[in-house]
Write a protein that binds this ligand. Structure first.
Ligand code: NAP
Length: 351
């Protein structure tokens, strides 16, 4: 059996700016999938769903820039978190039809891989829609949970601020903080998303940072009694403004700083008022969800129960076909998406 498979390859690093077709190319390769062509212990998989995540950008810059993920190799298929179907197996742990979650899935319609410890099989009886494994029960939900519940340590009545609040991590972070009895305000990039945060995700308030551009004034208005927890997703000017409004012993779990990902470090915005951290005894802590993997079971149990009780809802922005990888990646750096960005690479029923 031979298939034509389209795959995205990084042809040049992107030190600054949003990746374009000069950097990422869609190539077509021919793959032989007959038993003799698949090495022992390997499996052939067909990609069904792909998560589009901001950290992918930081693996394309050609230099280490703070997140310390290895750079993608030039002229190789880039990888992302994917849900794939096993279509051939020469590995006794997998059979045809198994659905797998692979955090390092080549962004390719088909590929042959040697399963690693990172691979997880989906329980077909769980009844969970596949994109949820990339969203509420995947990295965004887990990142929100670690940030709010583990590092934020929220107490009822505390004031919580979330940036990029209508995105993958943000929408769950706000809802988790509400469940803990906090007052929650979010910032996002459009009026439509402000409405969504308040009407669908239960935020107490929200503002559009593209129209309320004086962040210091906005935070005075939305947090008259100060901020106890700030889940940091954007960095730059927003972080600086927040530091002028923190309460004593505030917590700032630093999940990411997407407003800075397209610049080399020397061009990024500095934060001039870190001294507030001393006087207010603030705890700011960066984290990578991978380091909390031993807590994934606790998270999944809690999140599944909240979902069943109707306490957590989510939205996906679904792009169609592997050809949309570049467009969907670039869209992360605008305010055009609502919720978690994923690509449906293949319709499940025709897979
Ligand atoms: P996302 O929020 O779904 O998508 C990114 C969003 O960021 C965009 O939709 C946009 O929304 C906002 N944005 C883009 N450029 C911006 C700018 N210049 N200023 C302010 N906002 C901007 O992405 P996500 O996957 O949930 O990730 C959110 C953050 O969490 C990122 O910083 C990411 O790196 C981080 N993250 C960290 C971990 C970890 O382990 N630490 C894991 C996953 C994600 P609006 O402009 O409409 O608000």
């Amino acid at each position: 059996m031979v298939v034509e498979s389209r795959e995205w390859v990084l042809s040049a690093y992107v030190p600054q700016g949003v990746p374009t077709s000069e950097h990422l190319k869609l190539n077509t390769v021919t793959l032989k999938l007959d038993s003799d062509s698949i090495p022992d212990r390997h499996i052939a998989v067909q990609l069904l769903w792909l998560s589009i995540d901001p950290y992918l950008r930081t693996r394309m810059s050609g230099h280490q820039d703070g997140l310390y993920f290895p750079q993608f190799e030039l002229n190789q298929a880039v990888t992302g978190f994917g849900v794939a179907r096993v279509i051939r197996s020469k590995n006794s742990s997998y059979i045809e039809g198994d659905i797998i979650l692979n955090p390092f899935c080549p962004v390719a319609e088909y590929c042959i891989i040697q399963p690693s410890d990172f691979l997880r099989k989906v329980d077909p009886d769980a009844g969970v829609p596949l994109p949820d494994y990339l969203c509420s029960l995947g990295v965004p939900g887990f990142s929100a949970w670690v940030g709010i519940e583990v590092l934020g340590n929220p107490k009822p009545g505390e004031n919580v601020f979330i940036s990029a609040a209508a995105g993958g991590v943000g929408m769950f972070a706000g809802q988790l903080a509400k469940i803990k009895g906090c007052r929650v305000v979010g910032s996002t990039g459009s009026d439509e998303k402000v409405k969504l945060l308040k009407e669908e995700f239960g935020y107490d308030d929200a503002f559009n940072y593209n129209t309320e551009t004086d962040f210091d004034a906005a935070l005075s208005k939305y947090f008259p009694t100060g901020i106890d927890i700030y889940l940091e997703n954007v960095g730059g000017k927003m972080l600086e403004a927040v530091l002028n409004h923190v309460n004593k012993r505030a917590r700032i779990p630093v999940c990411g700083m997407i407003s800075q990902y397209n610049q080399v470090w020397s061009e990024r915005e500095g934060v001039r008022n870190l001294l507030n951290m001393v006087g207010k005894e603030v705890r700011m802590e960066g984290y990578l969800v991978g380091s909390y993997i031993n807590r994934f079971g606790d998270f999944a149990k809690e999140m599944e129960s909240y979902i069943k009780q109707g306490k957590i809802s989510s939205k996906h922005k679904i792009y169609n076909g592997i050809e949309s990888f570049l467009e969907s990646l670039a869209s992360l750096f605008s305010s055009s998406n609502v919720g978690k960005v994923v690509i449906q690479v293949k319709q499940e029923m025709e897979a």
